[in-house]
Each structure stands twice: as structure tokens, then as C-alpha cells.
Design a protein around this ligand. Structure first.
Ligand SMILES: Nc1ncnc2c1ncn2[C@@H]1O[C@H](COP(=O)(O)OP(=O)(O)OP(=O)(O)O)[C@@H](O)[C@H]1O
Ligand SMILES: [Mg+2]
Length: 283
């Protein structure tokens, strides 16, 4: 039996901005259905560029973008089809929001697909509820707080009911409670069948949230199970990242014989507390 092709993938993709040096060269990158994927790499490594290539906003100079193994066509029809599969939420909500009110902004994508009014209303209501901002539907977008603008931008993408939701640094600028609420929202979307990809500089968040991690380095993208990749100090250093807190604690516990060699370290303070309850010290 052959393995199903990835939901969305770039094969041998190269890209440079006009007049600029190459940003990505011969890149292979795959998003697998149902796997939460964290994209990590230093500033300027090309995360945002890669996400724009995946969502069709940019077109690779060489190589190709595929959806379920089929090359994407960059004509109107092909791009509309891509937009119903992949939605990108950019880092700065002010680059995404433009309508007068929250409800109008979130309805823009579905209206543009030419869906009937009732369907548009249903999708907007669903997206606002998913992001916990139903009460803000009539609020002018320019009066929203940063976190509320961020939620509105994500709701606009969710209203397209994409199979892959790509978020560029979605937790940046959110307070701890806002981060937790966003992660809970993403969990609910994942339970509903949406594949979620996020770019982040937060290795602790990536370890805790992601199934897979992708590290973007000058020699390409390296993708694998988050717990494995985020324990590789060599790869992390090449990507300008540090060891996640939980991996460091896990290494210490193993060295002290408090954790089995094959056991993963804690990913959160709560998991550390549970481990410590399971291994009471006799001193
Ligand atoms: N519109 C643009 N025109 C020209 N060069 C650009 C443009 N956008 C990005 N670049 C360049 O492309 C490279 C990759 O940028 P990109 O924004 O993809 O990186 P990133 O990994 O998202 O960085 P960060 O962590 O800072 O968000 C950088 O060298 C950047 O200067
Ligand atoms: Mg970026």
C-alpha cells in the first residue's frame, strides 16, 4: 500500500523576492493531515515566506506546490480552490482586517466565495463562536484590543472552513490567559478535523502543542516528531533556538535516575508536578 500524499506540500521550491537574494532554495516541505505542526527558525529564516508559498500568496520560482499530490494551478479557479483548502492568518492582524465591523470582516471570505447569504451567516456565527468573540460581532474593528483583533483575524480564516489553518506567530503579543484560550480554540478546531500549522519562536509552546516540528535552517527544513527534534541541540543551535525547558528538565531527571531512559520529559509545570508525585523522594 502506498502512503497517501501529504495534504499540502512544496517540492523543490525556490523563492527570492524581487532584487533580493534567494530566501528558500530547493525546499521540500509537507503538511500531513491531522498533525499539529510547529514551524521554527531564526528571524529572517523564511518562515513567513514559506507560509505565503503554502497559501498561494507567493508563487515559487522553481518547484511546485501540491494539494493531495496534485500541482496547484495559479489561475483564478486554482487559487480559489487553494483558498478553500489552506488559509493563512498573518502575524499582524492590522495587515488582515479592513472591514468596518468584526462581523463584516469575518464574512468577507465566504461572501467572496459566492455562498448564499444563509450559509455566510451560519459560517460567520460559527467562526465567531469558535473564537469566543460572538459578542463583538457589531464592534468596529478599529476599536478592538490587539488580542481581539487577533481573534477576529483568525475567525476570518476559520469562516472559510479550511482543511489547513496556517498561523504566523499567533501567540505573539497575547497575555498568558489569551495564549491559553487560543491554544484551547486550536484544540477544538483540530478536534473538528482542521490541520493546524503555526510559526513560533517559543520552543516550550512548540513542544507542548505540536505533534511535529519543522526547523528551518540555511540547509533546508527538517521535519519530525516535536519531542525528538526539539531535543536535538545541534539542530536547535543551527535554527537559533534553545532547548525547551521540559527537555532540559527531562535530561536532568534521567541523569538522576528519576525518569526512565525511554520516557519523555515534562512539557508543562503540571506534568512536572505529576512526575514528582509519581516519584516521591525519600530525603
Ligand atoms: N516583501 C519582501 N521583499 C523583500 N525581501 C523580503 C520581503 N519579505 C521578506 N523578505 C526577506 O526574506 C527573508 C525571509 O523573511 P521572512 O519574513 O520569511 O522570515 P521569518 O522567518 O518569517 O522571520 P521572522 O522570524 O522575523 O518573522 C528575510 O531576509 C527578509 O528580509
Ligand atoms: Mg515571520
Amino acid at each position: 500500500m502506498t502512503e497517501a500524499p501529504p495534504l499540502v506540500a512544496l517540492r523543490g521550491a525556490s523563492f527570492a523576492y524581487e532584487e533580493g537574494p534567494p530566501v528558500l532554495t530547493g525546499l521540500d516541505f509537507a503538511v500531513r493531515e491531522g498533525r499539529a505542526l510547529a514551524l521554527l527558525g531564526r528571524n529572517g529564516s523564511g518562515k513567513t515566506t514559506l507560509m505565503r508559498l503554502l497559501s498561494g500568496g507567493l508563487r515559487p520560482r522553481e518547484g511546485e506546490l501540491t494539494v493531495e499530490g496534485r500541482p496547484v494551478r495559479y489561475d483564478r479557479k486554482g487559487l480559489t480552490r487553494l483558498r478553500t483548502t489552506v488559509q493563512l492568518v498573518v502575524q499582524d492582524p492590522d495587515d488582515q482586517l479592513f472591514a468596518a465591523s468584526v462581523g463584516q470582516d469575518v464574512s468577507f471570505g465566504p461572501l467572496n466565495l459566492g455562498l448564499p447569504d444563509a450559509e455566510v451567516r451560519a459560517r460567520v456565527a460559527e467562526a465567531l463562536a469558535a473564537l469566543d468573540i460572538s459578542a463583538l460581532a457589531d464592534r468596529p474593528t478599529h476599536l478592538l484590543s490587539y488580542g481581539q483583533r487577533k481573534r477576529t483575524a483568525i475567525a476570518g480564516a476559520v469562516a472559510m472552513r479550511p482543511r489547513v489553518l496556517i498561523l504566523d506567530e499567533p501567540t505573539a503579543g497575547l497575555d498568558p490567559d489569551g495564549q491559553e484560550r487560543l491554544l484551547a480554540t486550536l484544540d477544538r478546531l483540530r478536534e473538528g478535523g482542521t490541520t493546524v500549522v503555526m510559526a513560533t519562536h517559543d520552543v516550550d509552546l512548540a513542544l507542548r502543542w505540536a505533534d511535529d516540528a519543522a526547523l528551518l535552517t540555511p540547509s533546508g527544513a527538517r521535519t519530525g516528531p516535536a519531542a525528538d527534534l526539539l531535543a536535538r541541540t545541534d539542530l536547535l543551535a543551527a535554527a537559533g533556538l534553545r532547548l525547551p525547558w521540559g527537555v532540559a528538565v527531562g535530561q536532568l531527571l534521567r541523569a538522576r535516575g528519576l525518569l526512565g531512559d525511554a520516557d519523555d520529559g515534562p512539557r508543562t509545570p503540571e506534568e512536572l508536578a505529576a512526575l514528582s508525585a509519581a516519584h516521591p523522594t525519600d530525603r
